[in-house]
Design a protein around this ligand. Sequence first.
Ligand SMILES: Nc1nc2c(ncn2[C@@H]2O[C@H](COP(=O)(O)OP(=O)(O)OP(=O)(O)O)[C@@H](O)[C@H]2O)c(=O)[nH]1
Ligand SMILES: [Mg+2]
Length: 341
Amino acid sequence: MQFFTVRGGDFDDALQKAYDQYGSNLRIHFRKDIVDKKGLFKLKEHSYVELVCYLAEEEKQQLEIKEIEEEKKDNQQIENPYLLKGRALLKENDFSNLFMSTLLDLVEPVIKEQKESLNDTEFELILIDKLVSLIKIDYKRQLNPDENLVLVGSSGVGKSSLIGKIGTFYTHQQDQSFKKEVTVVNLNGKKSNYDFFRDLNLRYKNYTALSDLEFEKKENSLNLYESGFAFDKEALDHLAQKEGKFILVVSAKTKKRDLEELFKTYSKYPVTNLAITKLDEASSIGTALSFAYKYDLPLLFFSDSDDAENASVKATVAKMISYIKGLKLDFETLWANQNPS
Ligand SMILES: Nc1nc2c(ncn2[C@@H]2O[C@H](COP(=O)(O)OP(=O)(O)OP(=O)(O)O)[C@@H](O)[C@H]2O)c(=O)[nH]1
Ligand SMILES: [Mg+2]
């Protein structure tokens, strides 16, 4: 592993420089606080921070290289008409070049294996089967969420609405073993959503000091923390230490570049999952799904309405596919028929 050193006036400065230079695969190996004495009698103190860093998971970088190469190849002809069709459909849904090529590489041998000629329905089934195999959904965490879930994301992306839905969902579980006692904690300080959460009958508090993050330990408690860009670093560091799980909340409308920036901002925290909001307003779901694939973030929650009550919130395969445009098959009905209630 290759290490390199970045120097800054303070920790944040050094970190920013390191990220600017080396991107989001950067990991910190070691931090050194240095005080230099300067001047004639060495009276002037000059302090700075040195970070010894390395780049994590080189395969991710290779993925990025592959992405660029695929972009170049993009205009080349693909022989098989079904592969062409698949590429067009994925493009229409704004999937990234990396995701498209990975998926079509999986689809190609299956298509070629078919002795009889394929029809459109069979092709769609193969395509969706492989697509679903690339996107992870975190059923385990949906069923048993960790005690502290920290929802981070850009301003206005729908964090408060989503927390309302998650809180309502776990508070109203019929089965006692899944029912949770939910507390919502606002880390943003200035903004209070007291009325919104009170109307949903959810306990709510504003973070003012680290002591606000301490809760009586209970088997069934679920604490949902809301943080925006004006986040309180001290609170987030504390929650990371307490094994809080960070859920990145993105809107399906967010552009690829903004998603990358967001990931960079939060990659120093233990981000475990992705939540996608505003599915109902977005023109496609491909950008968000490609992002989930690239950074290996299993999907946890979906939001597709601004109504916090009676809304579904768990990410599911059926819902994911229902937002893919251009499919002839009605996968939602297909799924419903396979799971008679
Ligand atoms: N159509 C639609 N609207 C949504 C969805 N989620 C949130 N909204 C709307 O988006 C707006 C912003 O939502 P908030 O939940 O306040 O977003 P936030 O991330 O908490 O915003 P800040 O607290 O300002 O950072 C509100 O008008 C919501 O009603 C969704 O899934 N679909
Ligand atoms: Mg909010």
